[in-house]
Design a protein around this ligand. Structure first.
Ligand code: FAD
Length: 429
């Protein structure tokens, strides 16, 4: 039986795979996009019910299509998924849904890759892994599963009604943890929020959203940090029209802030002594951005209204000044722990030399150490914006360009070995 041969196979039809498809089409590169579920599946089934985009509609989008909503609004998760379905249609992306890639291997003794899928085997010259940075929910092994407390990851949280009655410990105060904790508090739950290191930008300042400030200050383009130190959680929210995440405000509303979750013994969860330090780090990141924004306004002579109240902090709550280091779950009535502790990756199916010893992609701006294998959508792939909707589109453009160049080198080989008239061949790389 003959194998289907495609020049380039893109794996995953989230935003990364669709951006890739658009740029491959523009470069005239034949390709297919293989998606095991549906287009933008994670926005439909791996997010909580009330989730909205962290950035406004004018910002969190691809250049080629606007959202149907007001540009300053924060689209809901279904709207975002619908947006990507519409986008796929607009660019006529050759997506095949319901096809899971189970193994990719380099061909022996000849060019190309063998791509095993749930629907049969294909061959490709190039493979792009666009499977997303947030694949496997990570729950640190701190609290045993058998202590009679429901433990879920933030990706399995849907709404307050889903949880058993009683208090909730939310671990992690990035965008997911802080938003989920806020929603639970508003539904009259007692909430303990374990706050780790984070950055805390203002939602808006002097009339402009922080996404705009990061753009004009060039911060989305900050280049990759030292490997392994890339990830600092950002606490930001578009919920209820968007607000600045303020841990002192949450405490004033009744939330109990605690430090990083450390250990569990005899019914007690213990917390590190880092709460004040972590909150101070978040405050410092806020003030740094306000200072840089003020400097930008001054240097460029912009007439933006001053906003001194953005610098005002509420008084330190008692839980911040005298942090609780131990929580007896039973006494506190905690029946649920939500781990908003991030994700890891699984590339076990990609059986090529594109990984370092720790199993992390080895790449430069998504071009891997295995010629013909590419990544798109990695956090900090080329810059801070890489894993986000607007950033991945630019990284995908670069990858399409690299694939195009590689194709020209390979074509040149064909031309020479088959003695084709070189004047009829395509241009140089
Ligand atoms: C809670 C949360 C909120 C976020 N909010 C925002 C936001 O507001 N704005 C923003 O810009 N970013 C946001 N992000 C970050 C990022 O935009 C999303 O995570 C986005 O889903 C990443 O897109 P992606 O295409 O890289 O990956 P994904 O959306 O995860 O898509 C990857 C696709 O690959 C498929 N796949 C995986 N393995 C295989 C396989 N072996 N074979 C076939 N298919 C496979 C999956 O089914 C999936 O559909 C958020 C992330 C999270 C977790």
């Amino acid at each position: 039986m003959s194998l289907e041969v495609v020049d380039t196979i893109v794996i995953g039809a989230g935003q990364a795979g669709l951006a890739m498809s658009e740029h491959l089409t523009s470069a005239g590169i034949p390709h297919v996009v293989l998606e095991r579920h549906r287009i933008a599946e994670r926005w439909r089934t791996a997010r909580w019910d009330s989730l909205v985009a962290n950035g406004p509609a004018w910002h969190d989008r691809f250049p080629g299509l606007t959202f149907q909503t007001h540009p300053d609004a924060f689209p809901g998760k279904e709207e975002i998924a619908d947006y990507f379905v519409a986008y796929a249609k607009k660019i006529a992306a050759p997506v095949r849904c319901g096809v899971e890639v189970t193994a990719v291997q380099r061909n022996e003794g000849r060019l190309g890759f063998r791509v095993e899928t749930s629907q049969g085997t294909l061959e490709a010259n190039n493979v792009v892994a666009a499977i997303g940075p947030f694949q496997i929910p990570t729950i640190p092994q701190v609290v045993p599963q058998d202590i009679g407390v429901v433990q879920i990851h933030s990706s399995d949280y849907r709404n307050p009604e889903q949880l058993p009655r009683g208090a909730v410990l939310v671990v992690g105060a990035g965008s997911s943890g802080s938003q989920i904790a806020d929603e639970l508090l508003r539904s009259d739950r007692k909430v303990y929020l374990s706050v780790g290191p984070h950055e805390r930008p203002p939602r808006s300042y002097r009339g402009y959203d922080f996404c705009w400030w990061l753009g004009v200050l060039g911060k989305w383009d900050n280049e990759a940090r030292v490997r392994g130190t890339e990830h600092v959680t950002i606490s930001v929210s578009g919920a209820r029209g968007g607000y600045t995440v303020d841990f002192r405000k949450l405490a004033a509303d009744g939330m109990m802030l605690v430090g990083s979750t450390e250990a569990f013994e005899a019914g007690n969860v213990t917390f590190a002594s880092d709460l004040a330090k972590n909150v101070a780090m978040g405050d410092a990141s806020l003030f740094t951005l306000l200072d840089e924004a003020d400097e930008y306004v001054r240097r460029n002579g912009l007439a933006l209204p001053e906003e001194p109240e953005a610098r005002r902090l509420l008084p330190d709550p008692d839980c911040l000044m005298n942090p609780q280091r131990e929580l007896n779950l039973k006494t506190a009535g905690v029946n649920t722990i939500i781990w908003a502790t991030g994700f890891s990756s699984d590339y076990s199916w990609l059986k090529v030399k594109a990984f370092d010893e720790a199993g992390k992609p080895e790449h430069q701006r998504g071009v891997s150490s295995e010629p013909g294998v590419y990544f798109v959508g990695l956090p900090w792939q080329s810059r801070r914006g890489s894993a986000f909707i607007w950033g991945v589109w630019h990284d995908a453009k670069y990858i399409a360009d690299r694939i195009s160049t590689r194709r020209r080198y390979l074509e040149h080989h064909v031309v020479k070995s088959e003695k084709v008239d070189p004047r009829k061949a395509t241009g140089g790389p």
